[in-house]
Design a protein around this ligand. Structure first.
Ligand SMILES: [Zn+2]
Ligand SMILES: [Zn+2]
Length: 289
């Protein structure tokens, strides 16, 4: 497991690698554009070269590019869908250039409208963005289910993947906080196993490509997205230890998106300890990855 952190991309993607390496991250996640503006970033050849050099000289092994939250591929507004397409395509092309592990996307929101139609609209935008880029995978993130957001269940994620063409580049990013908030009780190994069985039967485990570890400030099934510091929310240290030590998550990048970014190093260190603790509780020998 590549335990890592969401970091700032200020100064370019090579700087983001440096920031991650400084705090001991094995994987990093960045926004590749200002999260509050519709202005896609295209990296220069020089920036791409500097990024690849920084990666080669560090212990950071995976980059995730998180699409910004403005995007709504399911919007009924054609202008928003067009802007979403441009931004998502640019993110995937940046992922191609940088050799990113994946672009992570919240597919969008049906708002108060029909969910099936929203999934069809989102699928169209996603399929087009994939067609206009080369090989970077796209991981759809499960959502907390707030306000009509798509991807709150594995059946919805499966429908989104199918609507987007069902190609091999489509995968999943599982967020622990969102799982819990959308009603999956992952606080115990049994609960997480049942959740992953749901994932297997709807989507298939081979699509599972990345993870977000966040604790949750709010309760099971509350459908609200409120991250807590690792171990200090409803999942607690034991619940986080279960997620971190899940054998089927071995080898995947796991990104912390903590509300206290100043404590990222400490929280990654805590996560590594919880991973060991969880492994012992499962009777597994300690593993390096
Ligand atoms: Zn996300
Ligand atoms: Zn979240």
């Amino acid at each position: 497991m590549l335990i890592g952190a969401h970091v700032s991309p200020a100064g370019g993607p090579a700087k983001a690698v440096e920031r991650g390496a400084e705090i001991g991250a094995r994987s990093i996640q960045i926004f590749n554009q200002n999260p509050r503006a519709w202005k896609p970033t295209v990296y220069s050849d020089e920036q791409v070269g500097a990024f690849r050099e920084a990666m080669a000289g560090s212990d950071v092994d995976a980059l995730l590019i998180h699409a910004v939250y403005l995007l709504n591929a399911a919007s009924e507004d054609a202008d928003i869908r067009r802007k979403t397409l441009v931004s998502l395509t640019t993110s995937l092309q940046a992922g191609d250039a940088l050799g990113a592990h994946a672009v992570v996307l919240h597919a969008g929101s049906a708002k108060a409208g029909d969910v099936g139609q929203a999934i069809a609209r989102a699928g169209e935008v996603i399929a087009e963005a994939l067609a206009e880029s080369e090989h970077c995978p796209l991981h759809l993130e499960n959502t907390a289910g707030a306000g009509g957001t798509l991807g709150r269940s594995f059946s919805e994620l499966a429908a989104l993947i199918e609507a987007a063409g069902g190609g091999k580049r489509l995968g999943l990013c599982l967020d622990s906080c969102h799982l819990y908030a959308s009603g999956y009780d992952i606080r115990t190994a049994e609960g997480l196993t049942a959740t992953l069985e749901d994932c297997v039967s709807n989507v298939g485990l081979e699509r599972l490509g990345s993870l977000h570890l966040n604790d949750s400030q709010v309760g099971l099934g509350s459908n609200r997205d409120r991250h807590a510091v690792v171990g200090e929310g409803e999942l607690g240290e034991d619940g986080c230890a279960v997620f971190l030590s899940e054998p089927r998550f071995d080898g995947l990048p796991l990104i912390l998106e903590t509300p206290k970014p100043g404590q990222m190093r400490e929280q990654m260190e805590l996560s590594a300890r919880l991973r060991e603790r969880g492994g012992k509780a499962r009777g597994r020998p300690p593993r390096r990855r």
